[in-house]
Design a protein around this ligand. Structure first.
Ligand SMILES: Nc1ncnc2c1ncn2[C@@H]1O[C@H](COP(=O)(O)OP(=O)(O)OP(=O)(O)O)[C@@H](O)[C@H]1O
Ligand SMILES: [Mg+2]
Length: 278
């Protein structure tokens, strides 16, 4: 669950990137964020992952109050999210396998499960066989998919993508989008920032438009991929959930999805380490 109330962001140089934005995004929604360059889209995403802190207002993500969250707890917030950055942010020295595995290791996943899970996720994004290559030995579209694999590897509750199709040809863009829809259908909240109107028209769902730091439209565009507004079936609490409860939540979502591969995003029972930031 994502909730913003009257959120403003003023950068140190005085730029007011967001102005009194209020938004509620339910668990399991599929959301496009559109708007002109400089509108504040990336700023919004940065606030959600707490890369930037809001200047005013309140933000809650997955039960955590981002205005109050101490620094040491930020990794705990990010464990619940997968992020595909506009510029990939892959580590050049590491090969494809290591780039994705690193995301698991950094949150303390037991080494035993890493190999299997990374292999699985790379297959899911169509990158089987590229494990040993370095990012610079891949095409733009392949790098994008490594970035997506890395975002998915920890089974995020929320997947955030900043221009995930920005650097690739239309055919690949379409493939990436279809992948995001499939991930959404397995219960993940998916938020996609894009400039590409064609993709929005094709895939639809909730479309939020930001212009000059303000939300100017928030509508639902029905399509074959997203035929109707998402109805939340689970009850929400605004309280902080423990990591144990959190993984239960993930399992619960997956258990209800019988038509797709049951284990798609939860095949190993990833026992999270004790919430060490606690
Ligand atoms: N670190 C920063 N310091 C100062 N101003 C910033 C900073 N980051 C962004 N801005 C400004 O804030 C405004 C919103 O920027 P943001 O990156 O959120 O836009 P955007 O909607 O993502 O644009 P684009 O579509 O080009 O990626 C812009 O005016 C930008 O120049
Ligand atoms: Mg941006």
């Amino acid at each position: 669950m994502i909730q913003l109330s009257n959120v403003s962001k003023v950068y140190p140089n005085g730029t007011e990137a967001l102005k009194k934005v209020s938004l509620f995004i339910k668990d399991g929604e599929f959301v496009f964020i559109v708007g002109p360059s400089g509108a504040g889209k990336s700023t919004l995403l940065k606030l959600l992952i707490r890369e930037e802190k809001a200047s005013f207002g309140s933000i809650h993500v997955n039960g955590l109050d981002l205005m109050k969250i101490p620094k040491r707890k930020i990794p705990y917030l990010r464990r619940t999210m997968g992020i595909v950055f506009q510029d990939f942010r892959l580590i050049d020295k590491m090969n494809v396998f290591e780039n994705v595995a690193f995301a698991m290791r950094v949150i303390g996943s037991p080494e035993g499960g890493v190999k299997k899970r990374v292999k699985y996720v790379l297959k899911l994004v169509g990158l089987e066989g590229t494990e040993k290559r370095k990012p610079h030995e891949l095409s733009g579209g392949e790098q994008q998919r490594v970035s997506l694999a890395r975002a998915l590897v920890n089974r995020p509750q929320i997947l955030i993508c900043d221009e995930p199709t920005g650097n690739i040809d239309p055919e690949r863009s379409y493939e990436i989008m279809k992948m995001l829809v499939a991930i959404h259908q397995r219960g993940t909240t998916v938020i996609v920032v894009t400039h590409e109107h064609e993709l929005v028209k094709e895939f639809g769902g909730r479309v939020i438009r930001i212009a000059e730091g303000e939300v100017t439209h928030d509508t639902f565009l029905p399509t074959a991929y997203n035929p109707e507004p998402y109805v939340q079936t689970m009850t929400e609490t605004d309280e902080e959930v423990s990591s144990e409860q959190e993984s239960d939540l993930t399992e619960q979502k997956e258990a209800t999805d019988e038509t797709t591969q049951k284990n798609a995003f939860g095949q190993e029972d990833q026992k999270k380490k004790e919430a060490d930031e606690e």
